[in-house]
Ligand binder design. Structure first.
Ligand SMILES: Nc1ncnc2c1ncn2[C@@H]1O[C@H](COP(=O)(O)OP(=O)(O)OP(=O)(O)O)[C@@H](O)[C@H]1O
Length: 588
């Protein structure tokens, strides 16, 4: 099944694959000629004393070798090209597929596992296409070719020699059965090792902050030692295999010399024929060894294929409905109608949520930690679909629109800001490939980050992310805000957007956002008092439910939970700023 699926991928490249197979056949025929030259040298030139034949035979050998070289090159080159092309397609498909898999998939899969599949496993498949298949073919035709020739030369001797064949085949297949699972275990262990490495590198700050370098090294050591052991187990299987195979072929050679020698002495076989016969049998040694190698490679490739296909076969949980249409002319009315949602069955993160945000309305969401605020806003761009109920945009279920067009209308600034290893300008322009420099600068100005950017040595062309300058949390967040604003979204979602900027910057952003939010429906998970003050409606969440709603003044009077949140969360930063951005005590 998996093998068939791997082989089908050759179909689009059949002319090249056939070219490689043809070259392999030519190489085989030429190989079969060499022992005949040897026979001629011994039987005709030496024993019969026909010296004039020698230069011709020598010339023939040179010619055969040259032509063989050309076709060997063709075979290798063509097959490697096919392999590279198949792997190119596969890598692209895999990457593309990964882009479309849903959040839930990534939450349940280790990044290291995915990286290992996209690199080590794909590489294994390349070796299968580039070497495995052609060597399997070459081995099979060599076998058939040699058998035909030796039976034609001396049927009895050939028949007696190949009696050893079934034993050899049993050895090869037993080997395949053992080595396959051994390599599956290795491949899985390698993925585990990659996961440890990836997690360590991502969390290196935590490792250092807690002084856990030793512990982490130990963790890696353990996984690495497990990999070593598993590799050694596989190598042991290999190590048994080769000497045993050599022993069997040695036995066959001994038999030929013994039996064939007697035939020569009896005059039923020429000396040159015996030597040629033996050369043919030696030609079988390589394919037999190769068969073991190819069986091993194929087993590994099948393991890798299973791991790669598993990703490709995972359907994105969130996808376009078959009749999904483009979302056009958005007004921006968002309605949650009896929405419930569970990340895991039976544990509801949202329970029966209903509310409407009118176009252009500014909705603040407050609540205790873990009450479902982030989950609620994640349903609007369809990061997840409700388990029950529906989310409507302009009175239509958002599942009736294409994901692309839906997400295009939404600007999202999430809790953890991620910037790519690219220039500031590219990061801000991420959501709109056509954005010009003026638009990028305008967005940066609106997010109050322009003044900072121009102080950098390369301004907007400064690299950020892993390969560039380090920015503070607040600076990153403002770049993320600029990135969201550049899309000119009808709906704006800001999750904890002010959590890492100081009161002064918050004031500056606040001012910019007030203008920018005009005409957009916005949802802001509020951490600061100024946000709730500016909101048209505030949703108060607790345990996945909306327990109160209203304006700040209403809620202070009617909702004890809101009062509590206000006292704990907002009073600590109940400062707003005066015109110049200086902090002032906040009063209602
Ligand atoms: N990806 C996830 N998988 C499983 N459970 C999750 C996931 N994300 C959140 N939860 C759970 O869902 C509940 C709501 O989480 P959510 O992040 O929406 O809360 P929140 O109000 O935004 O919290 P905070 O203010 O701390 O960010 C929590 O109990 C949380 O543990």
């Amino acid at each position: 099944m998996r093998l068939k699926r791997l082989l089908v991928k050759l179909v689009p490249y059949w002319p090249m694959a056939v070219g490689a197979a043809f070259s392999a056949l030519v190489v085989l025929v030429l190989n079969l000629l060499i022992p005949q030259f040897i026979r001629l040298v011994i039987d005709e030139a030496i024993l019969e004393g026909q010296v004039f034949l020698l230069p011709w035979i020598a010339g023939g050998i040179v010619l055969v070798t040259v032509v063989k070289g050309v076709f060997s090159f063709g075979q290798r080159y063509l097959m490697e090209r096919v392999a590279q092309k198949i792997i190119f397609d596969l890598r692209n498909r895999l990457y593309n597929h990964l882009q479309h898999l849903s959040f839930s998939y990534y939450e349940n899969t280790q990044t290291g596992q995915l990286m290992s599949r996209a690199t080590a496993d794909v590489e294994m498949l390349k070796r299968f296409y580039g070497f495995g298949i052609i060597h399997l073919f070459q081995g099979a035709v060599t076998f058939i070719g040699v058998l035909i020739v030796i039976f034609a030369m001396h049927a009895r001797l050939a028949a007696l020699t190949v009696l050893a064949l079934p034993i050899i085949l049993v050895v090869i297949f037993r080997f395949g059965k053992k080595v396959g699972p051994a390599y599956q275990v290795i491949q899985e262990q390698l993925a585990d090792l990659t996961s440890v490495l990836q997690e360590n590198l991502t969390g290196i700050r935590v490792v250092k902050a807690f002084g856990r370098e030793e512990g982490e090294s130990q963790k890696f050591d353990n996984e690495n030692a497990a990999l070593l052991n598993k590799n050694i187990s596989a190598v042991r299987i290999w190590a048994y295999y080769f000497p045993f195979l050599s022993f069997l072929t040695g036995l066959a050679a001994a038999f030929i010399i013994w039996y064939g020698g007697r035939e020569v002495i009896a005059g039923r076989l020429m000396l040159g024929e015996l030597i040629a016969f033996n050369s043919y049998l030696l030609m079988l040694v390589m394919p037999m060894r190769m068969l073991g190698w190819v069986v091993n490679l194929s087993q590994r490739a099948l393991t890798s294929a299973a791991r790669v296909f598993e990703i490709l076969d995972t359907k994105p949980e969130i996808d376009d409905a078959p009749d999904a249409r483009e979302l056009l002319d958005v007004k921006g009315e968002v309605t949650f109608r009896s929405v419930s949602f569970a990340y895991r069955e039976g544990v509801e993160a949202l329970k029966n949520i209903s509310f409407t945000a009118k176009p252009g309305e500014n909705v603040a969401i407050v609540g205790t930690t873990g009450s479902g605020k982030t989950t609620l806003v994640s349903l609007i761009p369809r990061f997840y679909d409700p388990t029950e109920g529906e989310v409507l945009l302009d009175h239509e279920d958002i599942r009736s629109f294409t994901l692309q067009s839906l997400r295009r209308t939404i600007g999202f600034v999430s809790q953890d800001t991620f910037l790519f290893s690219a220039t500031i300008s590219e990061n801000i322009g991420y959501g709109d490939a056509k954005a010009d420099h003026e638009a990028i600068v305008a967005a940066a100005k609106a997010a109050q980050i322009h003044d900072f950017i121009v102080t950098l040595p390369q301004g907007y062309e400064t690299m950020v992310g892993e390969r560039g300058v380090n920015l503070s949390g607040g600076q990153k967040q403002r770049i993320a805000i600029a990135r969201a604003l550049l899309k000119d979204p009808k709906i704006l979602i800001l999750d904890d957007y002010t959590s890492s900027v100081d009161a002064h910057t918050e004031y500056l952003i606040r001012g910019a956002l007030d203008t920018l939010m005009a005409g957009r429906t916005s949802f802001i998970i509020a951490q600061r008092i100024s946000t709730v003050l500016a909101a048209d409606q505030i949703l108060v969440m607790d345990g996945g439910e909306i327990v109160a709603r209203g304006t700040h003044e209403d809620l202070l009077e009617t909702s004890p939970l809101y009062q509590e949140i206000y006292n704990i969360q907002f009073s600590g930063n109940s400062l707003t700023c005066d015109e110049e951005g200086r902090d002032n005590p906040w009063t209602t």
